[in-house]
Design a protein around this ligand. Structure first.
Ligand SMILES: O=C(O)CCC(=O)C(=O)O
Ligand SMILES: [Fe+2]
Length: 291
């Protein structure tokens, strides 16, 4: 669990770094399962040649240690401490990153109302400031600070990704969350973040949860997200997702999450009275639901 000061730091700044959350033996297991998942992905996607990021799900029974991590008290404990006991599991992924990641926040929708805690960790090499460590603008998980930041062009939704924006990436004042294998960086998905320099097969993983919606806006966002997720037959890495949803070890915790997904997916729009409206740039706002 997190100490009171770690909880306070997370609330104020939006992140906390957990050192040595894995034992050395567990890091070896992560590495072996990562290599297996990478191989599986090459079989379906073609050989990794450094021109495209490979992303693969680690939620299936073919990577048993990874697939246990959402329920692991070392991950679920702090997640529920920060976001409540009804925080629920979203995904466990691995990545072979090939480029810098522009400034952005990822809350599951283009606005601030769908969010949760995300753990990211390096699996093989440490991540440093110039080798792909996460960079955070501290406190940017909160509005109006987040809106003020992202209306400045180097941090803007599209302009951050432009050639000019990418030139500016490493000039933005920020905190660099360096990590070694065994450590995990825990952050609020609403936090404005990027990475720089870790561009040649940077092998990372993540464990992510969603906060259970409380306001009509949050419910409208999550209702939509859940419809694209629960019982979907067109997910990437379908076999791994299906296995996770089949709850093969009868975990009561996972069963509760599956029920959360189902409840949200089946929530009618009349319950929120809102709809998401997207502008040309893909940014969403809320409007009263059509009657
Ligand atoms: O590591 C990266 O390059 C991107 C990570 C990121 O944006 C995320 O985990 O949400
Ligand atoms: Fe992100």
């Amino acid at each position: 669990m997190l100490s009171d000061d770690q909880v306070k730091q997370f609330e104020l700044f939006g992140f906390v770094i957990l050192r040595n959350i894995f034992t050395e033996r567990e890091v070896a297991t992560l590495q072996a399962e990562f290599k297996y998942g990478a191989e599986r992905t090459q079989e379906s996607e073609g050989e990794f040649d450094g021109t495209e990021t490979h992303t693969f799900s680690m939620m299936g029974e073919d990577t048993p240690f990874y697939s246990s991590l959402l329920e692991d008290p070392r991950f679920y404990g702090p997640a529920s401490q920060l976001f409540g006991d009804d925080v629920f599991g979203l995904e466990i992924n691995s990545y072979r990153y090939i480029s810098n990641t522009p400034w952005h926040f990822n809350d599951g929708s283009p606005n601030i109302h769908g969010y949760g805690p995300k753990y990211q960790f390096p699996v093989f090499e440490p991540t440093h400031a110039d080798t792909g460590a996460l960079r955070f603008v501290p406190g940017s998980h909160k509005d109006p600070w987040q809106s003020q930041l992202t209306s400045w062009w180097p941090l803007g939704r599209d302009s951050a990704r432009s050639a000019e924006g990418m030139e500016y990436l490493d000039k933005i004042p920020c905190f660099v969350a360096e990590a070694d294998p065994g450590d995990a960086v825990l952050f609020d998905m609403r936090l404005v973040h990027s990475t720089w320099g870790g561009s040649r097969d940077r092998r990372m993983s993540c464990v992510t949860y969603y906060h259970y919606p409380e306001t009509p806006q949050e419910l409208e966002v999550m209702r939509n997200a859940a419809q694209g997720f629960y019982n979907s037959t067109t997910r990437w890495n379908q076999a791994q997702w299906d296995e996770w949803f089949s709850n093969p070890h009868d975990s009561p915790l996972r069963q509760g999450w599956i029920e959360s997904w189902e409840r949200l997916a089946k929530t009618p729009q009349t319950e929120t009275g809102l709809q998401l409206v997207y502008d040309d740039a893909g940014a969403a706002t809320f409007a009263p639901a059509a009657v």
